[in-house]
Design a binder for this molecule. Structure first.
Ligand code: H79
Length: 434
């Protein structure tokens, strides 16, 4: 009956909400792009190859046999999983997603399905993803693996996409159908990563364009055995997965579906030694706030070196974000999108509390007159104070249908100061905002 159908749907929605709860609260995660491409780091035979470094095999049209040789010298002896996890945690990140296999086809985990993996094909006799999984468990960080399911430039049958839609530059790679590669490598490897790493929280697919529905369904059948696993929307178009994935841009408004922006700190995902185009720590903090104010997550990328270390500029930025998050994380975690259409001075996030709702006002630009106007707010306010220093409270007044907060000039020049408006009961915002 229709009534039964409705009840079933409610149950499915409830289950889905339960599954997504930690992810929605987390707001902030670390993406790690690490693979053989960290070794050339954007340069091939003395030549700088334009584009993102993890695409170097494709961009420089490197024959499979030549690219494979990178494995013989890939030896990240400085890798220390716990250091990575501790830094992510200090930065305020609640989860990590790492490339288990990128488009180059090289597995960064021990795989029985393909010898082309870090344990069997390199001098490095360790499984770095096992070590990462253990470190994440120890420090309470959730873990996801990125897996390039369609593009695999190392296998006949793996797809390959470029802007001019040419076939793979290495003719050997075009001689098998997609399902051969899916059955012999992608499917067994996906089973391995889901089974061997203590239970993944996220599986992050990429580049769905050349997938077929048959290939997608084959992989989805495995995913279905893991009811708590969260997946993105890049297995197959137009399948929605659990969340959508704006890449390298922040949407102008929130989306009505769970979403996560993935973003690099410089230009490339994989390590590229001469990529100096770094966003500042302040920019990244404001980006996280902007995304949270629209109800999304930020997955911020680090591209470690072939020695197994984070680049110094990434470390600096993670620390800068961390020192802000240590004081202001409450205004990010577990919050929901701003109830305001637009705020001239910054952004807003909000969160239910025992007695009412907290509004977190992120002040990017202090109004010159020191009066912070919260437009159209129609709510009983019990306190207004500085999140980083709750003893610092502010006077407030309702005037002309707006809440005006009178801020002393001492804090005017701080970047992104968070002012908490504690309210009693729910938030009501009148729509006749400026
Ligand atoms: O893993 C990261 C990227 O390597 C991957 N997704 C993120 C998370 C990615 N794959 N494709 N793209 C991003 C965008 C595609 C860009 C392309 Fe091109 C433009 C493919 C072909 C033309 C630029 C030029 C990149 C490769 C050649």
């Amino acid at each position: 009956s229709p009534r039964n159908k409705e009840l079933q749907k409610d149950e499915a929605t409830l289950k889905h909400d339960q599954k997504m709860e930690w992810w929605r609260d987390a707001r902030f995660g670390m993406f790690i792009h690490w693979g053989l491409y960290a070794e050339p780091a954007g340069e091939w035979k003395g030549e700088r190859i334009p584009g993102i470094s993890e695409w170097i095999m494709c961009n420089a049209k490197i024959p499979v046999k030549d690219y494979e040789k990178l494995a013989e010298t890939f030896n990240p002896v400085k890798y220390n999983a716990e250091e990575w996890v501790k830094l992510a945690k200090y930065a305020g990140m609640k989860y990590i997603v790492i490339t288990s296999k990128h488009h180059d086809g090289f597995a960064m985990f021990h795989s029985k399905a393909s010898k082309y993996n870090i344990v069997d094909a390199t001098p490095f006799d360790r499984d770095p993803l096992k070590e990462l999984a253990d470190a994440c468990k120890k420090h309470g960080i959730r873990l996801g693996f990125y897996y390039s399911q369609a593009q695999d430039w190392h296998e006949p049958g793996g797809t390959y996409r470029n802007s001019d839609k040419q076939p793979h530059w290495d003719p050997e790679m075009t001689k098998a159908p997609l399902m051969d590669y899916i059955d012999s490598k992608a499917l067994p490897q996906v089973k391995e990563i889901l089974e061997n790493y203590g239970g993944l929280d996220i599986l992050w697919w990429d580049t769905p364009w050349e997938m077929t529905e048959e290939a997608a369904q084959t992989l989805q059948n495995v995913v279905n055995d893991y009811p708590d696993l969260i997946t993105n929307n890049r297995l197959y178009r137009p399948w929605p997965g659990d969340f959508s994935t704006p890449e390298q841009h922040v949407p102008p408004t929130g989306l009505d579906y769970d979403w996560e922006v993935c973003m690099t700190m410089n230009t490339s995902w994989g390590y590229k030694w001469y990529d100096d185009n770094w966003k500042s720590g302040e920019e990244l903090i404001k980006m996280l706030v902007d995304i949270a104010s629209k109800g999304g997550n930020l997955l911020l990328n680090v591209g470690p070196t072939a020695e197994g270390e984070f680049p110094e500029p990434s470390i600096e930025r993670l620390k800068e974000i961390g020192s802000w998050m240590q004081q202001n994380g409450e205004s990010i975690y577990g919050t929901s999108a701003s109830p305001f259409f637009k705020l001239p001075w910054g952004r807003c996030t909000m969160k239910e509390t025992k007695g009412g709702t907290n509004l977190y006002l992120h002040v990017f630009d202090w109004p010159k007159d020191g009066i912070l106007t919260v437009p159209g707010l129609d709510t009983r306010v019990s306190n207004v104070y500085l999140l980083a220093n709750p003893k610092q409270s502010f006077a407030w007044k309702f005037e002309d249908g707006n809440l005006n907060i009178h801020a002393p000039s001492v804090i005017f020049d701080e970047i992104n100061t968070v002012v908490v408006v504690k309210t009693k009961g729910g938030i009501k915002v009148n729509s006749n905002q400026p």
